[in-house]
Design a protein around this ligand. Structure first.
Ligand code: NOJ
Length: 746
């Protein structure tokens, strides 16, 4: 109880600053200031504002190439990234506001993806919490810390839909589902931007990577994206829009092409959709050198043309490519880029510098005392532990081997048992592995015998013998295995998504001892682990949980926290099933085990190993039959139909905790359109509720579905509903559901 109260106080303190977010609109009065400044600027200075350079924050620490410092001084570089910590930022900001002609402050951007110093679970892990408040809290803490360390802009949230676990960057997103992805995108933007842009503890969010980067062909990073516009608008586009409607002030273009045009030169995406359809008023930054890369894409002959294509398409800021700096003046002279175009881009950037309050106080994010008090504070660590345990998914628990008993002798085995360096995962901000709680540290004080068994990679099995001996001497085996953190993330695609090295073999050997084997997985993508699923006694998916990993995993292993996470991405049986996702279409020949001529493999099942939305608990839940109001009797055209889709349909269901301990369940609601003017998925997530139930307790949950839940891109590409029958399915994962039918009328 005491602990709960403490947590409540933390959340209250951290959330004290958030409000419900909405599309970013420039504040009144900003325009006059922006125009007054713009009127004083030379073309060179304007181009400088459109330029973003990295410092060389490398292995030896922060440095800045002298050339860039001169660029700041001359006004040729208006923004920096990879520059953080108060001392470092202040020095550079000082150059901008004391040594330049117009004293325009710099923006300082950084990839604060799942924490700045206190590292939270990787975003895919957080998505598994299905807990929007927890996800918002994580983003809030990240912003609190990063803004205390000199930063005012983060390159997050990453909202790319990921349906292909070969693609290493699935770790940075919210998984495969569009609806869940939208809700998570909104939560992250709220957390990052806090109460309002301009608060000292808020940063500019940057939704990325616009657009469809997650659909790289064959899961190979940076690869081509090609899909129908219907598919694009239906599944890949909505999370970017959701983030923008939640107020994200900036957008980052992606590396890929879309429909034959690289995104950084794609006017349809950057102007027609983003600005004209959605009304986006912030600025667009490219990803790292994507303007230059348009030459290699083969759509322009040289970098000068690439710059022209980008500016005319709607790019405002060039990340690291120096294309604008080198060529745009000439392009303007030649009339290839209009001055108004440049002015508009500069305005968009200056507006946000004004909104942030940098002209009033360029050092507002540079307070050493605040930096010291905020980073890695006990409250932040506690929040990380809380979010981390919520992100854990229990995939298997035979004979209720979990939770462990404190008096059991535990053999703690595997390359991740004592490890700290991998726990912070990829994109770990300013996180320090030494601050991480290892699994062994989390389980300290218990009766433990430890053995590494093997490394992550390689074929060395010399440690097996000691590991097996340790297992034999114990009551239960806990084996911590996984990928290395850098095996997922950018430029980390894999064709083999099994556990690397001899880790699987080690597990299978340990299983042969007859002792119960609990596998603790740490990884950045869904893994294909059918043998482990068949042989291990229990499996916990823990992703990369960050600074508090060991404590959070121990909380779950020991039953101090009852796991409630659910998979945000399907786990395939083998890489050959990829891409695999729950909201597939039926096809004209849906799988039928009795017919050869249906959609299937001859060497593998269609069904995944673990479906989207799946996750167990230390208790069990049962579901009643859902009831819809107005109600509908299938086959009866007239009875209780929804006369007008504008009126919501309410669907309620009883959920009961049928086990012996209290637990939380993520109750998921899916919709299927039975007959549409175009083929529709077999189910689509449209809502969920996370509910805590005491043993034996039943709660009746009601979901309200507005017309929106039934909308899609119709045959003529208008977005709306069609009359007809819809199945509403409710359950604890995407496969085990109970159904009620409703009918929409014209
Ligand atoms: C490239 C990555 O694709 C992007 O996500 C990141 O924000 C930038 N580099 C800056 O580090």
């Amino acid at each position: 109880m005491k602990k709960l109260k403490y947590l409540f106080l933390i959340a209250q303190a951290i959330f004290a600053g958030t409000v419900s977010a909405q599309l970013y609109k420039p504040s009144p009065g900003i325009e006059t200031k922006v125009n007054a400044l713009l009127a004083k600027m030379t073309l060179d200075e304007k181009i400088g504002q459109l330029t973003l350079y990295t410092t060389d924050w490398g292995s030896t620490g922060p440095t800045i190439r002298e050339g860039y410092k001169n660029d700041i001084r001359s006004g040729a570089c208006g923004n920096l990234f990879n520059s953080h910590t108060v001392g470092f930022v202040r020095d550079l900001q000082k150059v901008a506001v004391e040594e330049t002609r117009l004293k325009i402050p710099l923006l300082f951007g950084y990839d604060v993806i799942h924490g700045y110093k206190t590292i939270f679970p990787i975003p895919l892990g957080e998505a598994a919490s299905w807990d929007l408040e927890a996800i918002e809290l994580s983003a809030r803490v990240a912003a609190l810390e990063a803004s205390a360390a000199g930063l005012n802009w983060t390159f997050a949230p990453m909202v790319d839909i990921g349906r292909d676990p070969r693609w290493g960057r699935v770790m940075e997103g919210a998984g495969e589902d569009t609806w869940l992805g939208c809700r998570i995108a909104e939560a992250r933007v709220r957390g990052i931007q806090g109460k309002k842009i301009g608060s000292t503890d808020a940063m500019l969010a940057c939704v990325k990577h616009y657009a469809a980067y997650g659909a790289a062909t064959a899961g190979r990073d940076y690869n081509t994206v090609d899909m129908s516009e219907r598919f694009f608008r239906e599944y890949y586009l909505p999370p970017y829009k959701a983030a923008i409607e939640a107020g994200a002030a900036t957008v980052m273009t992606s590396f890929n092409d879309y429909d034959g045009v690289p995104v950084s030169g794609n006017k349809y995406l950057l102007t027609n959709i983003l600005r004209n359809e959605w009304g986006f008023k912030g600025f667009v930054v490219t990803d790292y050198t994507t303007i230059n890369e348009m030459v290699l894409h083969g759509v322009v002959a040289n970098e000068k043309e690439a710059g022209e294509l980008a500016l005319n398409a709607g790019v405002d800021m060039d990340m690291q490519g120096a294309v604008f700096q080198r060529f745009t003046k000439q392009s303007v002279k030649e009339g290839k880029v209009m001055r108004q175009q440049i002015d508009e881009a500069v305005r968009r950037i200056l507006r946000l510098k004004f909104e942030l309050g940098l002209f009033d106080d360029p050092y507002k994010f540079c307070d050493e005392n605040r930096e010291k008090a905020t980073l890695l504070s006990p409250a932040n660590r506690q929040a990380a532990r809380e979010v981390s345990r919520k992100s854990i998914v229990l995939l298997k628990n035979d004979k209720n081997v979990l939770p462990l008993q404190r008096n059991q002798r535990i053999a703690l085995i595997g390359p991740l048992v004592d490890n700290q360096s991998e726990l912070i995962g990829n994109w770990n901000g300013a996180g320090n592995a030494n601050d991480c709680v290892s699994l062994a540290a989390g389980l300290k004080g218990l009766n433990i015998i430890q053995a590494k068994g093997c490394e992550f990679e390689g074929s060395d099995k010399s440690g097996f013998e000691a590991a097996i001996a340790a297992a034999r001497s114990a009551d239960v085996v806990v084996v911590a295995v996984g990928e290395k953190a850098m095996m997922s993330g950018e430029a980390a695609s894999r064709t083999d998504i099994t556990l690397p090295g001899v880790q699987e073999e080690l597990i299978l050997e340990l299983c042969k001892t007859g002792k119960p084997v609990v596998v603790v997985l740490m990884n950045g993508r869904p893994l294909a682990i059918p043998n482990i699923a068949a042989n291990a006694t229990a499996i916990l998916e823990t992703w990369w949980l960050g600074t508090e990993a060991g404590n959070a995993i121990a909380d779950v292993l020991l039953g101090d926290y009852n796991p409630a996470g659910k998979l945000p991405m399907t786990f395939p049986r083998s890489v050959g099933q990829v891409p695999i996702y729950y909201n597939e279409k039926s096809t004209g020949r849906p799988f039928d085990p009795n017919s050869k001529w249906t959609s299937k493999y001859i060497d593998e099942a269609n069904a995944p190993l673990y479906p989207f939305g799946f996750g167990l608990s230390y208790t069990t839940f049962s579901y009643g039959t859902p009831v819809a109001k107005p109600s509908y009797l299938p086959g009866d055209e007239k009875s209780g139909t929804l006369a007008n889709p504008k009126y919501p349909v309410k669907v309620s269901v009883d959920v009961t905790n049928t086990g012996k301990v209290a637990g939380e369940e993520v109750v998921q609601l899916y919709v299927r359109d039975l007959v549409g003017s175009v083929t529709r998925p077999v189910k689509e997530l449209k809502g969920f509720q996370k509910v805590m139930l005491q043993p034996g307790e039943t709660k009746n949950l009601t979901f309200t579905l507005n017309e929106e839940a039934f909308r899609f891109y119709r045959r003529n590409m208008t977005f709306g509903t069609e009359p007809g029958e819809y199945d509403i399915m409710i359950g604890g994962n995407s496969q085990d559901v109970k159904t009620v039918r409703v009918r929409l009328e014209k």
